[in-house]
Design a protein around this ligand. Structure first.
Ligand SMILES: *Cc1c(COP(=O)(O)O)cnc(C)c1O
Length: 503
């Protein structure tokens, strides 16, 4: 039964297992399901449930060719003993001082960073390898999967942690040289495991991501790898198996708000999402389509505000300066998952999507019609923060809440204070995407303190001035041994993957 097809053509359909195993459609489009939203989840029933049960319900609906037992086993393996919080993704309520715009809506922070690598990517990347293992078993071909991933900083480590020593899988990670934090770099280069490869790329994230997409589309390479029994796949949020697990925490956050008496079941909630590749906020849109009462989804960008311009004017234009900011995981000018949003909001118009993406590839620019833009704006609001505003947001949150946030979360915190609450929103939830100790230098500076030359000294100083504790998996990097020091040019990435795959 075919369920997923490319955003750029509905001609061929595949099961969710094949979509997950292969990552991206052969024509370069992203896999989407036209069944999304035709069946709703029972929110009333879910609000009484814990994370595991909600995850089983969401995954069961969106990945229908997995058996109930397979889903239950995947959920158990991914979320038992891996997250340092009982709720997996706990909501922390803030005082109403959060908002320079007047609001009576309760405001909470959804902490997504309690997983093994301290970034929200863990929620999906603890799940993806389990889903992939079952998909591989069903394919029954005895093939090896090589995961190829470009990272702006956090996906790389979370994917390495998920796939290290996974049977039948290898993983190659590319990150932009000099454009991730020191802690992020060490997280990747110290990764243990016999099936992992890590390289810095001379270029920025968009260069690396575009090269990875070309590697997936390289037929000759695919043939050579197939001869050796290897297929390529992706752990980026272009993979359905990355996206679907992220839908779960929107429901889990809602359930926590109801149980805490902050909202009544049925009340609408607004979510503010720090955004780069549009994966996380797209998962919120999926949750809305599945019946979650979502008032508005607020897209929060950093100084690379290509999404803000698109959502306000309908013109997407990547021909602009690229800024390296204190929120590296949002330093992205080609936002891949926008393609899925455009697909759904255009009513499934594959021809339009193919044309827009061809425009983007050829000219770096595309434009949508006013009617489509209006539809998009009914669902998504937006804002962005420059570097001074990010630092000010970190400081304001600390001063008013005694709560330390990282620079990505701070973009959202700033935007939440700029965008008036949507009409009828009973609560506002800010998604917190990383632990502040991943970015100790930027956070310490924002709090107005001197920053020592060494990032681990910054970490200790941040502990001292805020009386909080760095996660042990970050503090212990100081003495960990780096295993990888490869640096490659963009054109050499394909050969690097081939070498790793044939090893
Ligand atoms: C990846 C990431 C983001 C952006 O998420 P997208 O799904 O790419 O929009 C934001 N913050 C942090 C810390 C991240 O790692």
């Amino acid at each position: 039964m075919g369920l997923y097809h490319s955003t750029r053509s509905a001609a061929d359909s595949v099961s969710s297992k094949v979509a997950i195993r292969t990552g991206i459609a052969p024509d370069g489009g992203l896999y989407v399901s036209d069944a999304l939203g035709s069946e709703k989840l029972d929110v009333n029933a879910l609000v009484g449930q814990g994370y595991h049960a909600i995850a089983r319900a969401v995954l069961g609906l969106l990945l229908p060719d997995y058996t109930e037992d397979e889903i239950a086993a995947c959920v158990d393996e991914a979320y038992t003993g891996t997250f340092a919080a009982d709720e997996v993704t706990p909501v922390r309520m803030l005082g109403n001082a959060v908002s320079p715009v007047p609001t009576t809506a309760a405001t909470g922070v959804l902490e997504l960073f309690h997983g093994p690598t301290s970034a929200f990517k863990d929620v999906a990347l603890q799940m993806l390898p389990r889903l992939m293992a079952r998909a591989q078993a069903s394919a029954g071909a005895g093939e090896r999967i090589m995961i190829v991933t470009a990272t702006s900083g956090d996906t790389g480590k979370a994917a390495l942690a998920g796939f290290a020593d996974a049977p039948g899988c290898g993983i190659t990670v590319f990150y932009p040289e000099g454009k991730v934090s020191r802690v992020q770099e060490l997280q990747m280069t110290t990764q243990e495991g016999s099936n992992v490869a890590v390289a810095a790329v001379r270029g920025n994230f968009d260069d690396a991501q575009s090269a990875v997409k070309r590697i997936f589309a390289d037929r000759a390479l695919a043939r050579r790898l197939a001869d050796a029994g290897v297929v390529l796949s992706s752990a980026n949020s272009i993979n359905v198996g990355r996206l679907v697990p992220q839908v779960v925490y929107y429901f889990a956050a809602y359930a926590q708000l109801v149980r805490a008496g902050k909202i009544a079941c049925g009340d609408a909630v607004e979510f503010c999402v720090p955004t780069g590749n549009f994966g996380d906020v797209l998962a919120g849109y999926y949750a809305k389509l599945l019946g979650l009462p979502v008032a508005k989804l607020i897209v929060a960008a950093d100084k690379n505000n290509v999404l803000f311009d698109f959502l306000t004017t309908g013109v997407y234009d990547r021909n602009r300066p690229f800024f390296t900011t204190t929120s590296p995981s949002m330093d992205i000018l080609i936002s891949s998952n926008l393609e899925r949003m455009l697909y759904y909001l255009s009513g499934g118009d594959c021809e339009l999507i193919a044309r827009l993406m061809a425009d983007l590839a050829e000219t770096g620019r595309f434009e949508v019609a006013p009617e489509l833009l209006a539809k998009i704006q009914e669902v998504f609001a937006c804002g962005w923060a420059d570097e001074d505003q990010v630092a000010a947001a970190i400081e304001r949150c600390w001063e008013t809440e005694r709560y330390v946030i990282d620079p990505h979360t701070a973009c959202g915190y700033h935007v939440l204070g700029q965008v008036a609450p949507a009409e009828g929103a009973a609560a506002r939830v800010l998604l917190s995407t990383a632990n502040p100790y991943k970015f100790p230098r930027a956070v310490l500076a924002a709090l107005g303190h001197e920053t020592p030359a060494d990032d681990f000294a910054c970490m200790r100083e941040l502990e001292r001035v805020t009386s909080t504790t760095a996660p042990v998996q970050l503090a212990s990097l100081e003495t960990a041994r780096a295993r990888f020091s490869d640096v490659v040019d963009v054109p050499a990435m394909g050969a690097y993957v081939e070498q790793a795959a044939l090893k």
